[in-house]
Every structure is written in C-alpha cells, then in structure tokens.
Design a protein around this ligand. Structure first.
Ligand code: GDP
Ligand code: MG
Length: 163
C-alpha cells in the first residue's frame, strides 16, 4: 500500500491548495471562506519521485459529534491517526492562533509523526509566522508556499524519512 500523508490545520491556511498541487488535479475545493472543505478528500500524490496517498482534512472546530463541525473534527482525527505522517499546516502571514495551539496539543498527544509546514511564506511577509511556528513544539518548521510552489525540496526532505 502507498504511505499515507494527512494535511491538518485550521481553516484557510492553504491545505486544499497543497492537496491540489500534489495531486495535480483540482479535486479539492479552494475557497476564501473558512472551512469550505466539508469532507475528507484523498488522492494519489507525487513529489519529486516520492509516491504517497494524500488526505485533505476538513475541520477541527467543534468536539460535539452531533454537529457538522464535530463530525468534521472526528474525520480529521481519524485521518491523522491512520496516516504515516501528518503535515501540520500553519499560515505564516496570520501567525499562530489559539486554534493552531489546540491542534498542536492534540497532535502531540498522538503518535503520528508531525511536520510543521509554514505556508504562505513567500516574500518577507511570512518570516515572523515561520519563527512563531518553532514554539509549537515540533521539529523545525518548513517554510512553504503552496500557491507559488516554494519549499518543495524542503518538504521532500522532511517527508522522505517517513515514507
Ligand atoms: P484550506 O481551508 O486550508 O483548505 O485553505 P485553501 O487551500 O482553501 O486556501 C485558502 C486561501 O489561502 C485561498 O485564498 C488560497 O488561494 C490562499 N493560499 C493558499 N496557499 C497560499 C500561499 O502559499 N500563499 C498565499 N499568499 N496564499 C495562499
Ligand atoms: Mg480546504
């Protein structure tokens, strides 16, 4: 079976943009509205010769399993538990928000290896956010731009030991 990589992060950080870039088709909906990915999407991805299955997760807002956000969160947690490695994406321009810290706490309590991907890091605007991401308590964040395709080689190097 192909190794599984799950992308996790709060709404609007660029998860679906990365998913689309790696799968090479517009399978995931990219939208400015937070939380627009309503279900879990999977595809076969390729990155500089690494082949893996990638999962674009939905939400992490609500713990109540009887609400739509709650079900999205359960799906996200199931996807991460079943993955060989999680790409924890943050928005370098927005910096670290409370929901990022909540997701980080949850990821630290599990046993799926985590790579912090500091997205939207193109240009100078992301530098502060990349630095803030160190404080999340994982290995060195990978500065990245899903939209501009920057950081691909660093992502490859970070993924390779896990797949
Ligand atoms: P998701 O909610 O995490 O799946 O985020 P989306 O992939 O839907 O992207 C949310 C917004 O961020 C969209 O407007 C994207 O165009 C934008 N975006 C994604 N990646 C980047 C990036 O690398 N740089 C910048 N500046 N914007 C990005
Ligand atoms: Mg999305």
């Amino acid at each position: 079976r192909l190794p599984i990589v799950a992308i996790v992060g709060r709404p609007n950080v660029g998860k679906s943009t990365l998913f689309n870039r790696l799968v090479g088709k517009r399978l995931a909906l990219v939208d400015d509205r937070p939380g627009v990915t309503r279900d879990r999407r999977e595809g076969d991805a390729e990155l500089l010769g690494l082949d893996f299955r990638i999962v674009d997760t939905a939400g992490f807002e609500d713990e109540d399993p009887d609400t739509l956000p709650g079900r999205m969160r359960q799906q996200t947690q199931a996807a991460v538990s079943g993955a060989d490695v999680a790409l924890f994406m943050i928005d370098s321009r927005a910096g670290i928000l409370p929901l990022d810290e909540e997701i980080a706490r949850w990821l630290r309590s599990g046993d799926t290896p985590v790579i912090v991907l500091a997205n939207k890091a193109e240009g100078k605007a992301g530098e502060a956010g990349v630095n803030e991401a160190f404080a999340l308590g994982f290995a060195e964040p990978v500065p990245f731009s899903a939209e501009h395709g920057e950081g691909i080689v660093d992502l490859f190097e970070a993924l390779r030991p896990h797949i």
